[in-house]
Design a protein around this ligand. Structure first.
Ligand SMILES: NC(=O)c1ccc[n+]([C@@H]2O[C@H](COP(=O)([O-])OP(=O)(O)OC[C@H]3O[C@@H](n4cnc5c(N)ncnc54)[C@H](OP(=O)(O)O)[C@@H]3O)[C@@H](O)[C@H]2O)c1
Length: 222
């Protein structure tokens, strides 16, 4: 059992937390408004879930999921995230986040930008390319013939291994998509972003196997 801290507990954070609890992990949820606003969500998830401040969630997690708008990166608690394995689900959306010149000119990936705010974390990009409803509906037990794959990108082999183990435990297999510098291959509007798991209009989604995810990553251009 792993304790997973969540900084952000919205659509995708909430979906990951649900799968984590179902797999037997503990989750510590947080958001920008305070733990009292997450009491109902934690109660619904059951005794393995609790709500805390973002600093407490960061400190509690063996793995911490940062799942917030990019514009919230400056607010993240860097000190308790130092040395932690951190999953970054975040996508840059200028209409929501405002313009970030380094992201607009693609001199940085959004994960590399995040790392500037939490420089001592061991960051792994994951879950950013799947719609939260598909994440919930496409989870399958290990060994299932229609198990889907998720790309993960990161610079730390040990963090990637920990994240791969976590992802395997909640119903998916992984494709190693390289270092954080290559995480642009799974960013918004790339071939691996959303499309392999089916249209948003089909809430059940469609399974995406290893070959489909590898081919989509290879087809990315910029
Ligand atoms: N929705 C999807 O299917 C999906 C899929 C993959 C990736 N993503 C990406 O993952 C990230 C989260 O997406 P989402 O759809 O889950 O967003 P969301 O539903 O709007 O949830 C965002 C969460 O972040 C929290 N938050 C905002 N600012 C914060 C701060 N300063 N400190 C702590 N928590 C903060 C919010 O808390 P409050 O509500 O209290 O403000 C909320 O819990 C985004 O970067 C998004 O692009 C989304």
């Amino acid at each position: 059992m792993t304790t997973v801290g969540f900084i952000g507990s919205g659509y995708i954070g909430g979906a990951i937390a649900r799968l984590a609890v179902e797999a037997g992990h503990k989750v510590v949820l947080s958001n920008s408004r305070g733990p009292e606003t997450l009491a109902d969500t934690a109660a619904e998830l059951g005794p393995r879930a609790s709500a805390a401040t973002s600093g407490e969630a960061a400190a509690a997690g063996d793995i911490v999921v940062v799942t917030v708008p990019v514009k919230a990166f400056p607010d993240l608690p860097a000190t308790p995230l130092a040395g932690k394995t951190v999953i970054d689900t975040c996508n840059y959306g200028p209409e929501r986040d405002g313009r970030v010149p380094e992201l607009d000119c693609e001199s940085l990936t959004s994960s590399e930008l995040l790392l500037r705010y939490i420089p001592d974390a061991m960051l792994v990009k994951a879950f950013n390319n799947i719609f939260y409803k598909h994440l919930l509906s496409l989870a399958r037990p290990e060994g299932a013939s229609d198990r889907s794959y998720l790309p993960i990108a990161g610079d730390s082999a040990s963090a990637k291994a920990a994240v791969a183990e976590f992802i395997e435990s909640i119903g998916y297999s992984v494709v190693d998509a390289g270092p954080l510098a290559d995480s642009w291959r799974q960013a918004t509007d790339t071939p691996v972003w959303g499309t392999p798991y089916g249209p948003f209009s089909n809430e059940k989604g469609q399974p995406a196997d290893e070959d489909a995810i590898r081919a989509a990553l290879a087809a990315a251009t910029r």
